[in-house]
Design a protein around this ligand. Structure first.
Ligand code: ADP
Ligand code: MG
Length: 739
């Protein structure tokens, strides 16, 4: 008998070699195999008769191979196959498919899936490049006739699941059908039911066992449309499972936090007056509201964990500074972390401009400082002299000890990634042993942590400009409270965005020149994306030479990219900030946070190569002052259809939330959270866009379960759910442990 936790190699037909291929796809156990769901289904119970096919429809056709062959046209070899049902025939064509030459034999039964088209000239129906499966091939069914028959019954006369092949086509849909069927046939009858009965009842969920069977082998009466859209009771049960245990973990983290000792900052008139004093402008209504939310958290006796979301330019920095003042006025230190040195530098300068007059002591600690200087700054921090410590994540890595850390602010969180965020919160004290023991980077000095009372956890405020749709924020950051800055400071004129192709450059440079003549500044951005870094960087540098020597010889042009040493970067950025440079040629190092309100033009070269979120972040560097700003998206060469949709979206809207929704739609959640958001639990069956409603339900039910036993839910059920959740978090999502 197989358990869900049994290693997959014990499934008959899975040897060590195949187990390796499966492992590469994250399939280690029988459970993993059973959660490998079909990505679509074929209706081979009622396959279409060739005679009823209509042009334009997607169809599954089962027929007999009549003849096949390769013919060469001037442009490419084309493989043609004719299948028949009685007297009717259907032609299928594959381009460049010499590999199909010896694949088919007349008389074989074959299932085809693809889009039906009408041949322009002959008016005959055909399917181009269909997916296919040979149904009756003696070598595949084993030597034994009965086995062959059983195998065939998995392929025809039913709704058949189609799985994504893996291992360069070694494990085909047919392979999965058989392996999964074998696993189901041998599955222990006692599957644990980790979801409490009351929760199952609320949602009308079917049992796990029934769900696993039906999702792979749908009952004949199942709605085909529900299957294709993952809306059958079986799908819903499995999707809910997955969402429920992620939400349960997040909810638990949240509760644990509320149980910890934090610092109850006081927000009296003196503190209010201190905040008022530094404000260089009237805060927007949104800024006021958000500060109120943050301040309310800070006053509470447990640690704050709040996410501040606001589109680029919405004015997050000042809100961060206000929170910092609350902590400092209460005698605590504040750490402000930025993802890049440039941004840390910039925060340092604005902090000095805004806060130093009020007498606050601010230091900048970044990786590129000389060792001596670093040591000195660290001493200031340890002695409590430095009140606001600004830095990059070097703050995490260096041996920084605070005398009394009260608040950690993480800016532009999306650049850190979820894993880093979790690590960072841990370092900043969240209930983990290493922070308690004083070895964590942001841990308090040893004599405090050996005190009998557990030390108070600092508050954490995370700021991000990646405007993710609310339901997603709830999953991704379910352990955080959410504040949204949904208003831009007054006096901004919307940025005008235009697309142009390379051959329009002269016109574009003329436009840049006019803007500069009017006293403004401009960015020219080149893509340097990690994979091609060397050659792309060369192109950026070359273009800098051309722009500075040939196109704008009379203007002051600067160059900024990630490979420059820190001092030079700093110098260039400062010159641009002061207006000593009129044009800044840069790579995406300027993507986040940089704030030069006098810059009104951004030309982005090869805009088609950037992701939508990235384009939006880049564009956020302009439109920061009162003057009208222009973003010009230049494309070189051919733009893919998806690339064009990204550019169109940029032209159409300035709204970060709309752009995020579209980005998500274009890329799908996997990619959206891919590299940037490494550490996001990659769901196996759930899709947080499609399943947003189930997600809300999962969140609600998780909270109810953690509220404790009651007439509906027993203590034993709760503890079973928690044990299951922990195993999942550790083994499947690879997320840090939840207590
Ligand atoms: P982001 O949210 O992208 O970090 P910043 O904090 O850099 O935005 O603010 C963008 C610009 O708007 C800065 O120049 C800042 O000084 C200015 N700003 C912020 N809030 C206001 C306000 N209430 N009124 C006027 N200008 C503001
Ligand atoms: Mg910012």
């Amino acid at each position: 008998m197989l358990e869900l936790a049994t290693p997959v190699k014990y499934v008959k037909g899975v040897g060590p070699r195949i187990a390796d291929v499966l492992a590469a796809k994250g399939i280690h156990t029988v459970g993993d195999l059973l959660y490998y769901l079909p990505f679509r289904y074929e209706d081979r119970l009622n396959p279409r008769g060739i005679a009823e096919l209509r042009p334009g429809e997607m169809a599954t056709v089962i027929g007999e191979v009549r003849n096949s062959g390769l013919f060469r046209t001037r442009r490419m070899p084309i493989f043609q196959l004719t299948v028949g049902q009685g007297r009717t025939r259907l032609r299928c064509l594959w381009f460049n498919a010499t590999y199909l030459q010896d694949k088919f034999k007349p008389g074989q039964m074959i299932a085809l899936y693809g889009k039906v088209e009408e041949d322009q000239r002959s008016r005959e129906l055909q399917i181009m490049q269909p997916q296919f499966e040979i149904l009756g091939e003696a070598s595949d069914g084993g030597d034994n006739g009965a086995e062959k028959k059983a195998a065939e019954s998995l392929e025809i006369g039913r709704i058949v699941p189609i799985y994504e092949s893996i291992g360069q086509g070694r494990l085909t849909p047919r392979w999965f059908r058989r392996a999964i069927r074998t696993a189901l046939d041998n599955l222990t009858p006692e599957l644990p039911e980790p979801i409490p009965a009351a929760v199952r009842a609320h949602l009308g969920l079917i049992s796990q066992r029934a769900a696993l069977w039906n999702v792979h082998w749908p009952e004949p009466g199942e709605s085909f449309q529900d299957l294709q859209s993952s809306r059958t009771p079986a799908h819903i049960r499995l999707i809910f499972d997955e969402l429920f245990f992620v939400e349960l973990g997040l909810e638990l983290k949240r509760r644990q936090l509320k149980a910890q000792t934090g610092i109850a900052f006081s927000l009296d008139d003196r503190v209010r007056a201190a905040i008022k004093k530094i404000l260089p402008f009237h805060p927007t209504a949104a800024q006021k509201r958000v500060l109120k939310e943050i301040a309310a958290d800070m006053e509470k006796p447990y640690p704050m964990r709040r996410l501040l979301q606001g589109d680029v330019g919405s004015g997050k920095t000042i809100v961060g500074f206000e929170a910092a003042i609350i902590a400092i006025e209460n005698g605590c230190q504040v750490a402000l972390m930025a993802p890049t040195e440039i941004l840390a530098q910039q925060h340092y300068f604005s902090a000095r401009r805004i806060l130093e007059n009020a007498g606050y002591r601010i230091v900048l600690l970044t990786g590129s400082l000389e060792a001596d200087r670093k040591r000195e700054i660290r001493r200031h921090i340890a002695q409590g002299n430095a009140q606001l410590v600004i830095g990059t994540h070097a703050l995490l890595e260096e041996k920084v000890e605070f005398s009394k850390l009260g608040l950690v602010i993480v800016d532009e969180q999306h650049r850190f990634g979820v894993m880093q965020r979790l690590k960072l919160m841990k370092k900043s004290g969240e209930s983990s042993d290493d922070a308690r023991g004083g070895t964590g980077a942001l841990a308090r000095p040893a004599e405090q942590s050996s005190a009998p009372v557990p030390p108070a956890e600092p508050d954490v405020l995370v700021m991000t400009a990646t405007p993710i749709p609310r339901t997603l924020a709830l999953t991704l950051y379910g352990d955080l409270d959410l504040s949204v800055l949904d208003e831009l400071p007054p006096g901004r004129t919307p940025i005008v965005t235009r697309c142009g192709s390379d051959d329009e450059s002269p016109k574009v440079w003329e436009f840049v020149r006019k803007q500069v003549a009017a006293g403004h500044q401009a960015y020219v951005v080149y893509p340097v994306i990690a994979e091609n870094e060397e050659s792309e960087l060369k192109a950026a540098i070359k273009m800098y030479r051309e722009l500075s020597a040939v196109v704008f010889p009379d203007l002051k042009v600067g160059l900024l990219h990630g490979r420059l040493d820190a001092e030079l970067k700093d110098q260039v950025m400062r010159m641009f900030q002061k207006g000593e440079l009129q044009i800044l040629v840069a790579t995406t190092v300027i993507e986040v946070g940089v704030d030069v309100p006098n810059a009104t033009v951004m030309v982005i070269e090869h805009a088609e190569r950037f992701g939508l979120a990235q384009l939006h972040q880049l564009r956020g560097r302009i439109g920061r002052g009162a003057a009208k700003s222009y973003c010009i998206l230049m494309t070189g060469g051919k733009v893919s259809e998806e690339g064009q949709r990204r550019l169109d979206a940029m032209v159409k809207t300035n709204d970060g939330f709309q752009i995020a929704e579209l980005d998500l739609e274009l890329r799908g959640p996997g990619e959206f959270f891919g590299t940037r958001q490494a550490g996001m639990p990659s769901f196996r069956v759930a899709n947080i866009i499609r399943d947003a409603q189930l997600l809300e339900a999962a969140k609600r039910e998780a909270a109810a379960v953690l509220a404790g036993p009651n007439a509906e839910i027993s203590a034993e059920e709760i503890s079973r759910a928690l044990v299951h959740m922990r195993t999942l978090w550790q083994h499947t999502y690879g997320l840090v442990e939840v207590g």
